[in-house]
Write a protein that binds this ligand. Structure first.
Ligand code: ADP
Length: 387
């Protein structure tokens, strides 16, 4: 991401007055997220409340246009979000709109959901199990794992789909080599794209066009609900959900609202040391989503020249952590240059070279996921005591 372009956007946005809050849109806290990727695409989160979404639309457009005018920005997409709705208490998550309220150190107290509460989960007919792939932070290889895990599940004969819920940096279209908007023959149902046999949907497929379908539905959570309910997923054995990185409110809201059969947590060895993944565990436990297991990514490096193996980040942390926490350890994936090159080219290793050494860890992880899924289905629901 380019910092300078981001800073320029922010200073341009500081010139836009927020009519509701009487200050400029940056000072008023209206901008709840801003990223600029290498291609110069700016994605801006504009905060609103579900009842003010329509009224905030002109401001959203003004912000989008201002960002699009900044040198270095090739395209700007501003989206309304309602993640910090003031005044809503636990259990009052709005239906069909954004998730519950909660804040990131802002003016009001956190108002998380009661433990175990999973309000208004959208139903996805014809999909047997939805599993989330989550991580404590970005850049640990979560999307790479989600894609290759989905392909490895498919290789086991399961009908598999992948839903990219990473609204901050949707990378599934690139990793599967997909482009263009999905079809909607009747204007209501969405036909998923097919990438290497996987049914796939991503918010990233929607930001290409001038009048993207998705941004009309103002809430990110609403968009995700829409993707779940209005995409022709059926029949699927497994739908892999690539979660946004982190364990904040957006993630918690998804974990609450989507009827997840379980979650896979991916971490790098050094993040396990920092206990980032633990937050992910706590988040899923809070909403009673079973943890299917931990994966350690970029676990060791095999030199392509001499074949020597280096544990550059102190490999094995996730296995130890899984043991400590009584969770299945699903496997370790080495840092592999081919994995990176191929996934960045839209040629995931499990699809292109299923028999290769690089694909083997993903097949093993898929086997572990299937096993864990069978186990959690047989277990009675746990009773969660809120602390
Ligand atoms: P996240 O979803 O956690 O942000 P990504 O899956 O987008 O992470 O991966 C970040 C980068 O790391 C990508 O360029 C990807 O190709 C690369 N990567 C992920 N896993 C591996 C691996 N095992 N070996 C080499 N590169 C990897």
């Amino acid at each position: 991401m380019s910092r300078t372009v981001r800073d320029q956007i922010l200073s341009r946005l500081a010139g836009i007055r927020d009519p509701e809050r009487g200050r400029d849109v940056v000072a008023s806290g209206r901008i709840s997220g801003l990223t600029v990727d290498e291609a110069g695409i700016a994605r801006i989160m504009v905060e609103t409340t579900p009842d003010r979404a329509a009224a905030t639309e002109p401001l959203r457009r003004e912000i989008e246009q201002a960002a699009a005018g900044v040198a270095g920005v090739t395209r700007a997409a501003a989206v309304l979000t309602a993640e910090r709705t003031p005044g809503r208490g636990p259990g009052q998550a709005p239906r069909g709109g954004a998730g519950h309220s909660h804040n990131h150190g802002h003016s009001h107290a956190p108002t998380g959901p009661a433990a175990g509460q999973r309000p208004s989960a959208p139903v996805v007919p014809g999909v047997t199990a939805i599993i989330a792939v989550a991580s404590g932070k970005g850049g640990v290889g979560k999307s790479t794992l989600a894609v290759n895990l989905a392909l490895a599940l498919q290789a086991r004969g399961l009908k598999t789909g992948i839903l990219d819920a990473d609204v901050y940096g949707p990378s599934i279209p690139r990793m599967l080599g997909l482009q263009g908007r999905p079809d909607s023959p009747d204007g209501k149902r969405i036909t998923p794209k097919i990438g290497w046999g996987l049914k796939a949907m991503s918010i990233g497929l929607m930001v290409e066009e001038d009048t993207p379908l998705i941004w009309r539905g103002p809430m990110v959570q609403g968009a995700l609900d829409q993707f779940l309910r209005e995409t022709d997923w059926a029949p699927l054995d497994v739908l892999v959900l690539d979660m946004p990185p982190g364990t904040g409110d957006v993630q918690l809201s998804i974990a609450q609202r989507v009827p997840l059969a379980g979650a896979v947590i991916v971490s790098t060895p050094q993040d396990i040391a920092l206990l980032d993944a633990r937050k992910g565990l706590a988040m899923f436990r809070k909403v009673e989503v079973p943890i299917l297991g931990l994966v350690e990514n970029m676990s060791w490096f095999t030199c392509p020249h001499c074949g020597g193996r280096s544990d550059i980040f102190g490999h094995g942390g996730a296995r130890d952590e899984a043991l400590k926490l009584g969770l299945p350890f699903l496997g370790a994936v080495p840092l592999d240059l081919d994995v990176r090159i191929m996934s960045d080219e839209g040629r995931p290793v499990v699809a292109v070279a299923p028999e290769s050494e690089a694909a083997a860890p993903y097949h093993a992880i898929a086997a572990g996921v299937v096993e864990s899924l069978g186990r959690v289905r047989r277990e009675p629901p746990r009773i969660i005591i809120e602390d």
